[in-house]
Design a protein around this ligand. Structure first.
Ligand SMILES: [Zn+2]
Length: 340
């Protein structure tokens, strides 16, 4: 994010010679065992993200990620991609997801709509030329966004992704502090880190130890929800309370996705994010004897004691509720979405 001011170009030239050797050495190491870390039980997924690449140390970052069985999302700066398309392809070859972080790392909210359009579309082109893939995720530099920018993102089929946890690696955080920040990640959440920082690379083994100990696995960021999901994008966390069901209706289609919230001894919170049509109707089904005690940001009506029909109340496309367990602590709700 703020690290764009670092002299990347100079670092690039000095490190390029080293990079080739690292890739060549890494390629054989990577061939086996990269899935062992994620073969353990995944009770949830988190999104590890690295911004501002590719840089002169991208190959070192990829080496560390692959040798720890990690897949991550790389928010690339378009001009860096154009300057080193081969390294961008290396990101994809290493199993990473490539995403858009503007072309010049500009303060986009200070720009006109046409300038924003240029920043984003040129980056789409650069990444497509380098990898054959068209990004579907966009992170605005410095996290600065507004309605105009979101409109441009939407016109390019891009989903805006900010972060839940800031590692502060751009601000000189120690390796231990970066590991500690990752320790705060919960299911579905995303952490901000950066390409080109040694402490960040050094943190990877300990981050994975921490996540594994909590049965969390690195996942992809869903273009539908902007939340971390299983790497194949189609599987929700085991035991997770989600069942997104896109439905085609007269008002378009919608998808409802559950984000688990705080759990107490006798109750738990649930957030539901709806994407697609704004004319949505979400059905929430509980397992009896669980009952919803509190709701927010939508209108709930009840067709049975354990089945709620939820409609927008003008508070946007995200709502939530508290469920009393009533002795059943294991069950979680399911949701489906249709349009009115
Ligand atoms: Zn950045």
């Amino acid at each position: 994010m703020i690290v764009s001011t670092r002299p990347l170009r100079r670092r690039l030239t000095t490190l390029l010679a080293v990079a080739g050797a690292v890739i060549a050495a890494g390629a054989t190491v990577f061939a086996t065992g990269t899935h062992s870390a994620s073969a353990a039980a995944c009770n949830g997924y988190v999104g590890l993200t690295y911004d501002d690449g590719p840089t002169g140390s991208t190959s070192q970052l990829l080496n560390a990620l692959r040798s720890n069985g990690v897949r991550a999302t790389m928010f690339n700066v378009g001009q860096n991609v154009a300057g080193n398309p081969g390294m961008t392809q290396q990101q994809v070859s290493a199993g990473m997801w490539v995403a858009n972080h503007s072309y010049t790392h500009a303060h986009l909210t200070q720009q006109s709509q046409s300038q924003m359009q240029s920043e984003l579309s040129r980056t789409q082109d650069a990444i497509r030329n380098a990898t054959g893939q068209t990004p579907r995720l966009f992170r605005p530099p410095y996290g600065e966004t507004n309605g105009t920018l979101r409109g441009v993102e939407s016109s390019l089929g891009l989903t805006e992704v900010l972060w839940d946890v800031d590692s502060q690696d751009w601000n000189g955080a120690s390796t231990a502090a970066i590991v500690q920040a990752a320790g705060r990640l919960q299911n579905g959440q995303v952490i901000l880190m950066h390409d080109g920082i040694q402490n960040t690379i050094n943190a990877i083994p300990q981050i994975m130890q921490n996540l594994t100990s909590r049965n969390l696995c690195p996942g992809m960021i869903s273009p539908q929800t902007g939340r971390a999901v299983a790497p194949d994008g189609g599987t929700q966390p085991t035991g997770g309370p989600t069942s997104p069901q896109p439905t085609n209706g007269g008002g378009g289609s919608c998808t409802a996705t559950i984000v688990p919230g705080t759990v107490w001894g006798d109750r738990y919170n649930t957030t539901v994010n709806v994407s697609g049509s704004s004319a949505w109707i979400v059905t929430v089904t509980l397992t009896s004897p669980q009952q919803i005690s509190t709701t927010w940001n939508a209108n709930f009506t009840w067709s049975a004691s354990n089945v709620a029909t939820v409609r927008p109340n003008g508070s946007g496309n995200s709502f939530g509720f508290t469920t009393m367990m009533n002795g059943n602590s294991g069950a979680r709700p399911s949701v489906s979405c249709r349009t009115s």
